[in-house]
Each structure stands twice: as structure tokens, then as C-alpha cells.
Design a protein around this ligand. Structure first.
Ligand code: HEC
Length: 183
């Protein structure tokens, strides 16, 4: 503060002109406490990954918080833990019909029309063929475990977290559980 402005300040204070003081000094570099400069922020640069969600954030449609472990053991443990998830949709005719349509579009290419793992794409799998969904291995699994597989994928099987909503995944499970199996 130079001498001139200091003496002005003293004069203003003497007169009790607090408002004049604030208004008069703000343009000379001072900012009001409620001023927020746009430069004072962490902008996302071009090509930078989007900022991760807040740790306390809750997904608006729920059910999407299943963990995504990176090891085989972690996947198996998470799949087992998912067994406690209950299918919110009873296997009604409507649910099975929705699930059937979704199965045709999303699963049939690999698992085949009858779920035997003999879809046209599935037949080309050299290392591990798509599972025969009629076998006890799948049929005996709690719905929650299959939900985990559809949400996170498994081996060469893609994940369906993005392609199918949580509700759609449960409908597909109703279809797989009621239409396939050793009859
Ligand atoms: C691109 C081919 C492909 C598609 C599409 C596909 N799967 Fe699979 N699926 C596989 C393969 C391969 C496996 C065996 C994975 C492994 O164990 O490595 C598998 C395994 C499974 C299993 C058994 C998982 C376990 O517990 O080990 C289930 C259940 C299943 N698929 C259901 C589905 C359903 C339902 C869909 C449709 C939403 C679907 N799959 C779509 C290839 C596919």
C-alpha cells in the first residue's frame, strides 16, 4: 500500500466510511470473501480420464456396486458373496418372455438356442467352450451368482453390465433357470 492510499484509508476510517473503503479498494486487487475465481479449480484437461465418482456416491438405480476383482480367486469369492442377492422378479410369464427375447439377442450366439453352448460363435471357442446352461453347474447356482457372472463377465464371456440393465439381467436369469435344465 503506497503512501497516498494509506492516507486515503486513514481519512476514510476517520469518517467511518466503511462502505466506501470496500468499494474503493476492491478493484485494486483485493477480492471479496465470496468471490470465486474460475482459475481456482482443477479442470479436466483434454484426453484426461474423467474424475472418479465420490466415494460416498450411490448409483441412482442401485445394484451396480458389485466389486470387480482382478484375480481369479477374488472373482470366485465375489461371485460367492453375490449369492445372497435375491432376484427381485418372480419368474412370471412376462419376466420369462422378456428374458427370452434378451437371451436371443445377447446369449444365443455363444450358448446356443437350447443353451447347450453350441451357438455359431460358441462353436469357434477353442480354449473353453461356452458353458452348457442346462447342466447342474449353472442350474444349481443361486440367481445372485449368475447375476454376478452377467454383471462382471467371466473368462472369454463378455460382461453385460452396460448392455443389460440390472432388471434385464434378472429377467434373463429367470429365462435360463426355467427354460433350461435337465428335463
Ligand atoms: C461371446 C460368447 C458368450 C456370450 C455372448 C455369452 N456367454 Fe456365457 N459363457 C461364455 C463362455 C466362454 C463361458 C465360460 C467362461 C469360463 O468359465 O471361462 C460362459 C459361461 C457362462 C455361465 C457360467 C458362469 C460360471 O458360473 O462359471 C453362465 C451362467 C453364462 N455364461 C450365461 C450367459 C448368459 C445368460 C449370456 C447372455 C446374457 C451369456 N452367457 C453370453 C461365452 C459367452
Amino acid at each position: 500500500m503506497n503512501q497516498q492510499s494509506a492516507s486515503l484509508l486513514v481519512r476514510l476510517l476517520h469518517r467511518g466510511c466503511l462502505i466506501a473503503l470496500i468499494v474503493g479498494y476492491a478493484p485494486s486487487g483485493w477480492t471479496f470473501p465470496w468471490d470465486k475465481d474460475m482459475v481456482d479449480q482443477a479442470p479436466i484437461k483434454a484426453q484426461e480420464a474423467p474424475r472418479p465418482g465420490d466415494t460416498g456416491a450411490v448409483p441412482v438405480n442401485g445394484g451396480e456396486t458389485l466389486p470387480a476383482p482382478t484375480t481369479e480367486e477374488g472373482m470366485l469369492a465375489a461371485k460367492e458373496a453375490a449369492a445372497s442377492l435375491a432376484n427381485p422378479f418372480p419368474a412370471s410369464r412376462e419376466s420369462i418372455q422378456i428374458g427370452g427375447n434378451l437371451y436371443e439377442v445377447n446369449c444365443r450366439v455363444c450358448h446356443g438356442r437350447g443353451g447347450q453352448g453350441d451357438g455359431s460363435v460358441g462353436l469357434k471357442f477353442a480354449t473353453k467352450a461356452p458353458v452348457n446352461l442346462n447342466e447342474a453347474y449353472t442350474q444349481d447356482q443361486p440367481d445372485g451368482e449368475i447375476f454376478f457372472t452377467l454383471t462382471r463377465g467371466r473368462g472369454l464371456m463378455p460382461l453385460y453390465r452396460d448392455a443389460l440393465s440390472a432388471a434385464e439381467r434378472w429377467h434373463v436369469i429367470n429365462y435360463v433357470k426355467t427354460q433350461f435344465g435337465e428335463q
